[in-house]
Design a protein around this ligand. Structure first.
Ligand code: BES
Ligand code: MN
Ligand code: ZN
Length: 506
């Protein structure tokens, strides 16, 4: 989709649709809708005074000016109560408006950043533009590449124009729109990777994607290690999980150098299970198909480093993706097996379905060789986290309060919710094994925490945060700008974190 910022007045701009914003308290046109109402011959006043349109959050009404000198259609968009308004509310409403445009089979629409009077809540025009663009692009996302029938029924909006007549802000608005466009495209990239079924997104396919990023982006380089190289290094936890599958595992290393030479990088690690059947500890058939999304952590870190390079953030970054398929077979690893991890520590496999922590154990230990300033891992790690926090919230655990605070701030700014779970010593006791150093499951109690407790054994004293994204990675219901299915969760959060990183402040 094309996103443009143009100089002009919305009411006189020949758009297919112009958006008219309304708060619940306003019974007459205000802000941008005053001139739109004039251009539309009083249609907006009419809709408001009859009480048909109330300005409830994300409410829409389509109006047709009789002799349009400006936009051909006006869509009134409710922004809800002034006191409850925030950028997340705005994203939700904007996404609904974009979907309304699409459902009309209209290809183009326009809006202005003027939200009228908002007591006590003034957002910068740039923040409004970023929210608009993100909501529109993300709200219109659909994964349709495997549909071959009724393609005519697939509707797509081609263009979104932001119109502003102030010369003084036009340049900043263009920059904000461009930045948000890059971030939103990154989220869609992650969604695409996750939406691809496991037969079309094997570890090799994921590695191919990563190599593509390395080849096409400035400052970026990708190296992919194969089984032989992993064997030589001793990544036996990762290799143990991979053994049941005929698809060879890949260890993906993407390097982005945007910061000073020698400046310590931030490592982003992502769980890359391209399919998780559970292995010998096989999962039930119901919803097993959703386990194609068990590489959502990988997708998020790949998208985040892609966005960082496209925004030319002044940071050094490394994305690590252990990419593996977990299947049962005659060669598969078994409950009771003991694996010697890259770190030398041994782990008893009590459940082959607790595979994510095994591949991450090797990836996190590998991360230490960079002496990174921080390690952040994202993983669809446990069903227990979904039980604890639900489908829309990620669990956060880590060893460093400062880093946790940074992640929390990025989560709040992007509305990608995280909630901290404790990582106390008691939990670390629960994963001690009788026959090895640790075991890969502490059973049902505190399942999200004991999983993170195992990870904590492989990060040394590097500041580290683990985000268990098992809940939000895959949605079963449409949200305004997160259609059901792959959400791309983590990308916006990570990019916010990186943009705000002290040395990398824009
Ligand atoms: N990939 C799953 C976790 C998961 C479950 C993600 C549901 C998204 C939705 C993970 O590998 C897993 O199977 N974890 C087990 C661990 C258990 C065997 C200790 C789980 O959560 O049941
Ligand atoms: Mn599993
Ligand atoms: Zn898994």
């Amino acid at each position: 989709m094309n996103i443009l910022v143009k100089k002009g007045t919305l009411a006189y701009h020949a758009a297919e649709v112009a958006l008219s914003f309304h708060f619940e308290e306003e019974k007459v046109p205000a802000g941008i809708s005053v001139s739109l109402d004039e251009a539309g011959g009083g249609l907006i006043t009419e809709a408001l005074s009859r009480g048909d349109f109330k300005g409830k959050h994300a409410e829409t009404a389509v109006l047709y000016p009789v002799k349009p000198s400006g936009p051909k259609r006006i869509i009134m968009l409710g922004l809800g109560k002034k006191g409850e308004f925030n950028l997340e509310k705005f994203r939700g409403a904007m996404a609904r408006a974009a979907q309304q445009v699409r459902s009309l089979s209209v290809k183009q629409f326009a809006a202005s950043v003027d939200l009228g009077e908002m007591p006590g809540q003034d957002y910068s025009p740039e923040a409004i533009v970023e929210a608009m663009v993100e909501a529109v692009v993300l709200g219109l996302y659909q994964f349709v590449i495997f549909k071959t029938v009724d393609q005519d029924n697939i509707k797509e909006v081609d263009e979104f124009v932001i119109v502003d007549d102030r010369d003084s802000v036009l340049k900043q608005l263009k920059k904000a729109a461009k930045t948000a466009g890059i971030i939103a495209a990154g989220v869609c990239y992650a969604r695409d990777l996750v939406s691809h079924p496991a037969n079309e997104m094997t570890p090799k396919d994921l590695a191919y994607e990563a190599l593509n990023l390395g080849a096409s982006l400035k400052g970026m380089n990708t190296v992919v290690l194969d089984s032989k190289e992993m064997q030589d290094m001793g990544m036996n936890a990762l290799l143990g999980v991979a053994r049941g599958s005929d698809e060879p595992p890949k260890f993906i290393i993407i390097d982005y150098r945007g910061g000073k030479r020698g400046e310590l990088p931030i490592v982003l690690a992502g769980k890359g299970l391209t399919f998780d059947s559970g292995g010998i500890s096989l999962k039930p058939a119901e919803k097993m198909d959703e386990m194609k999304s068990d590489m959502a952590g990988a997708a998020a870190v790949m998208a985040a480093i892609k966005v960082a390079a496209e925004l030319a953030l002044p940071l050094n970054l490394v994305a690590l993706v252990p990419a593996v398929e977990n299947l049962p077979s005659g060669k598969a690893y078994k409950p009771g097996d003991i694996l010697k991890t890259l770190s030398g520590l041994t782990v008893e496999v009590v459940n082959t379905d607790a595979e994510g922590r095994l591949i991450l154990a090797d990836a996190l230990y590998y991360a230490q060789r960079y002496k990174p300033a921080a390690i952040i891992d994202l993983a669809t790690l446990t069903g227990a986290c979904v039980v604890a926090l639900g489908e829309r919230v990620s669990g956060m655990m880590g060893n460093n309060d400062e880093l946790k605070a940074k992640v929390r701030a990025a989560a709040e700014a992007t509305a990608e919710k995280v909630w901290e779970l404790p990582l106390w010593e008691e939990y670390k006791e629960m994963i001690k094994s009788d026959v090895a150093d640790y075991k890969n499951s502490g059973g049902r109690p505190a399942g999200a925490i004991t999983a993170a407790a195992l990870l904590s054994k492989f990060v040394g004293d590097i500041p580290w945060v683990h985000l268990d994204i098992a809940g939000p990675a895959w949605g079963t219901k449409d949200l305004p700008y997160i259609p059901k299915g792959a959400s791309g969760v983590g990308v916006r959060l990570l990019v916010r974190l990186l943009r705000d990183w002290p040395a990398g402040k824009e």
